[in-house]
Design a protein around this ligand. Structure first.
Ligand SMILES: *[C@@H]1O[C@H](CO)[C@@H](O)[C@H](O)[C@H]1NC(C)=O
Ligand SMILES: *[C@@H]1O[C@H](CO)[C@@H](O)[C@H](O)[C@H]1NC(C)=O
Ligand SMILES: *[C@@H]1O[C@H](CO)[C@@H](O)[C@H](O)[C@H]1NC(C)=O
Ligand SMILES: *[C@@H]1O[C@H](CO)[C@@H](O)[C@H](O)[C@H]1NC(C)=O
Ligand SMILES: *[C@@H]1O[C@H](CO)[C@@H](O)[C@H](O)[C@H]1NC(C)=O
Ligand SMILES: *[C@@H]1O[C@H](CO)[C@@H](O)[C@H](O)[C@H]1NC(C)=O
Ligand SMILES: *[C@@H]1O[C@H](CO)[C@@H](O)[C@H](O)[C@H]1NC(C)=O
Length: 655
């Protein structure tokens, strides 16, 4: 990586060498994300965090942490070359231009007074001084006041010194907390601490030594607050860090920075132009090309220290193959698996929300004890598949014994939340069109798994909590490989309850043949279809004493009475076409036929849903389960020549 970056840099130098002075430091964060911990440093993770899309230089009160008497800092990891000595011994100072948006807000329920303030800093020592909370604004402390290599633009929200003009001013602090310049915002219609964002532009001209601070809000046009001729090179060393500090005292506020751009460059004259002769550049390039390839070769020879799944990458063939993530990337993305980012917990792991390269992702941390097989199954099955109705696996990580799967983030979460909610709030109620499109989406996903790719994939755990909804309520089937894990653990026929996935979605013959087939997937799909239409839980399909608890029995009874449409979720308020509803429900019953031989294939299901063919005939009386009812696919499956018992049980049966 390092070599690569260096290589890029050199190419850039070669390109620029005759046309421009070197840009010293330049960055732009339109907003922040957990990813930015790689370039933004914080002094104390308990005080300063990147949260949401902002840096909280001192944090909000949504965590358990104390929020009084804090001081924190966040800064750009690389220093900025502020000045240097030229050939004749004269000082050449760089210019810079930085724009950032600050947001200082009172804590909920707490109003005035707030405190204490936030500051933009240039400093030799980026870490926050001890005991710099309260009136010190994280800039200096009692000891270092007056002798600290720091220059700060303070946004002070509390009058804590007699010298302070008021509790709403901007100040220029040089080496101490004392402001050599102050500008009160009293008359300007800007209140720093009322939670509105303030855009600040700090400009320094290295030649004229003019330092100016402009501010603007969405209600106020940009105006100048502080303007001062100051030779920064007499107060600061050549290399400085740029960033922010902030503090609270017994008075509290949330100090945020929402965006930040910085451009710093030498503009001060010829001696700063970097001239590298063309042969030198060429030679350096050559050396680095060679070094780069040597590095690559060495790297590729390195054995996987984990050594456990050397072939995962070989299994993944498609061009949209999931990438391998580094553990650190995912730690950063999820803020070290912060419980606040938790989206949910399943049998095999916990899912966290994360932000990676400004994109929202869902990261499943597979439990170390029980999840290895599932992890491999998931990476090797959906890693190879690509369909608009399958949750996309973006990547995976196996490092330091952590098993992680990275998916696209689904803003609307899982389907069960919508259909099983007693809450009749509008935003939680799905209308008939949406429900139908979800059923359609799942059917397409399943048809693809069964017939559409080069291998047959059985999902084995179709249920509403495994259907995810994107921002437009498109259904995406997720959670692969669960059933396989359990089966591979060597369960016998007697513990079939476990292998079948989830009670309520299991076809009756599952108990006999103790494995999943195309037909058991169709059965689960039928149950899912019914629950999406009815808005109720499936109940246990297979126990006599809960006969009425079973959604299949219940629907079938009403079908017999000619009132099948009565099962429709009352929250739809009858807003659907009756015949269409009837056809869909009959299709659901057909999928739930106790005899697997009579269930339609997913191809037929799709044709019915697109109204190409009529729904299959179903008897008025729910047929009883005839023992033994072998599914058609059972006979067709070929046992492997080695006689391996696992062959018909395998999740991926070749076609
Ligand atoms: C905060 O610090 C001030 C002095 O720096 C002290 O008087 C006060 O008790 C502290 N408050 C808390 C809650 O620790
Ligand atoms: C500073 O940068 C902003 C945008 O990045 C630009 O609009 C502005 O003109 C610059 N100011 C100076 C003095 O260069
Ligand atoms: C001020 O900060 C420095 C550096 O963190 C520390 O060594 C010193 O003890 C602090 N002074 C006080 C009074 O806390
Ligand atoms: C901090 O130092 C400045 C400059 O030396 C001085 O004017 C000011 O009174 C000091 N402030 C405190 C609170 O000690
Ligand atoms: C700003 O207003 C506050 C109260 O409204 C007042 O105490 C303070 O003196 C004013 N500051 C200036 C500089 O006028
Ligand atoms: C300015 O932004 C604040 C929120 O930051 C909002 O409450 C206010 O209405 C906005 N004002 C205008 C004029 O858009
Ligand atoms: C410094 O720059 C600001 C903004 O460009 C300008 O308003 C001010 O007059 C300048 N000061 C001096 C002394 O040139």
């Amino acid at each position: 990586m390092f070599v690569l970056r260096f290589f890029k840099l050199l190419t850039l130098i070669a390109f620029l060498h005759a046309v421009a002075p070197i840009a010293c430091l330049k960055f732009d964060y339109p907003q922040f994300s957990g990813d930015d911990y790689q370039t933004i440093r914080v002094s104390d993770e308990k005080v300063s965090v990147i949260s949401g899309t902002a840096i909280q230089v001192t944090l909000d009160n949504s965590r358990d942490s104390a929020v009084t008497n804090l001081s924190g800092r966040a800064w750009y990891a690389k220093p900025f070359k502020l000045w240097r000595r030229g050939k004749g011994g004269d000082t050449i100072t760089a210019s810079f231009n930085s724009t950032f948006v600050i947001n200082i807000s009172p804590f909920p329920g707490k109003t005035t007074p707030v405190g204490e303030g936030l500051a933009f800093i240039l400093t030799a020592i980026p870490t926050v001084p001890e005991n710099s909370h309260g009136k010190w604004l994280g800039i200096v402390n009692e000891t270092s006041n007056g002798s600290s290599p720091i220059v700060a633009i303070e946004f002070d929200t509390l009058k804590s010194y007699p010298e302070d003009l008021d509790g709403n001013h901007i100040g220029l602090d040089v080496g101490s907390i004392y402001s050599t310049e102050q500008f009160s915002l009293n008359d300007s219609n800007v209140q720093l601490s009322n939670g509105n964002s303030v855009t600040v532009n700090v400009v320094y001209n290295g030649q004229s030594k003019n330092l100016s601070v402009f501010i603007a809000t969405n209600e106020t046009d940009e105006f100048i607050t502080i303007s001062k001729i100051i030779d920064l090179s007499s107060y600061l060393p050549e290399d400085v860090y740029v960033g922010f500090s902030a503090s609270t005292s017994d008075q509290l506020e949330l100090n945020c920075v929402k965006s930040w751009s910085f451009q710093g460059k030498d503009i001060a004259g010829r001696s700063l132009w970097v001239w590298i002769s063309v042969p030198t550049v060429a030679l350096l390039l050559l050396i680095f090309v060679v070094a780069f390839f040597l590095y690559r070769r060495r790297k590729s020879r390195q054995v996987d220290p984990e050594g456990a799944y050397p072939n995962i990458e070989d299994h993944i063939r498609s061009s949209t193959a999931p990438r391998r993530f580094r553990l650190n990337e995912l730690r950063n993305a999820t803020r070290n698996f912060n419980p606040k980012n938790k989206l949910g917990k399943g049998g095999f792991g916990t899912v966290y929300k994360g932000i990676w390269r400004n994109k929202e992702i869902a990261v499943k941390r597979v439990s170390k004890k029980s999840g290895k097989q599932e992890f491999v199954a998931e990476v090797t099955t959906i890693g190879n598949l690509n369909h608009k109705n399958l949750v996309k696996l973006i990547g995976w990580c196996y490092e330091s014994r952590e098993l992680l799967l990275v998916y696209e983030y689904m803003p609307n979460g899982s389907l069960d939340k919508f259909i099983f909610s007693d809450d009749s709030r509008e935003e939680l109620t799905l209308d008939w069109e949406t429900r139908l499109s979800i059923i359609n989406g799942v059917a397409q996903a399943l048809e693809y798994l069964h017939y559409g790719s080069h291998q047959r994939v059985l999902h084995r755990d179709i249920k509403s909590s495994n259907i995810m909804l994107d921002s437009e309520f498109n259904a995406k089937l997720g959670d692969f490989g669960l059933a396989r894990t359990i089966q591979d653990k060597g369960k016998t026929h007697h513990s079939t309850l476990e292998i079948a996935g989830t009670p309520g979605y299991m076809a009756p013959e599952t108990f006999l043949i103790s494995r999943a087939t195309v037909e058991t997937d169709v059965y689960s799909f039928g149950v899912l279809l019914l629950e999406v239409v009815c808005g109720r839980k499936p109940g246990n399909q297979n126990e006599e004493d809960t006969y009425n608890g079973s959604i299949v029995n219940w629907t079938w009874d009403l079908y017999k009475k000619g009132r099948i449409v009565d099962v429709a979720d009352p929250r739809m308020e009858g807003k659907f076409e009756k015949e269409e509803m009837e056809d869909v429900l009959i299709l659901g019953l057909a999928c739930c036929h106790p005899n697997p031989n009579y269930r339609p294939s997913m191809k037929t299901v799709l044709q019915v849903l697109t109204r190409e063919v009529e729904p299959p005939q179903v008897p008025l009386e729910r047929p009883s389960f005839i023992w033994p009812a072998m599914p058609p696919s059972f006979n067709k499956l070929e046992y492997s020549t080695t006689g391996s018992q696992l062959a018909p049980f395998s999740e991926l049966s070749g076609r």
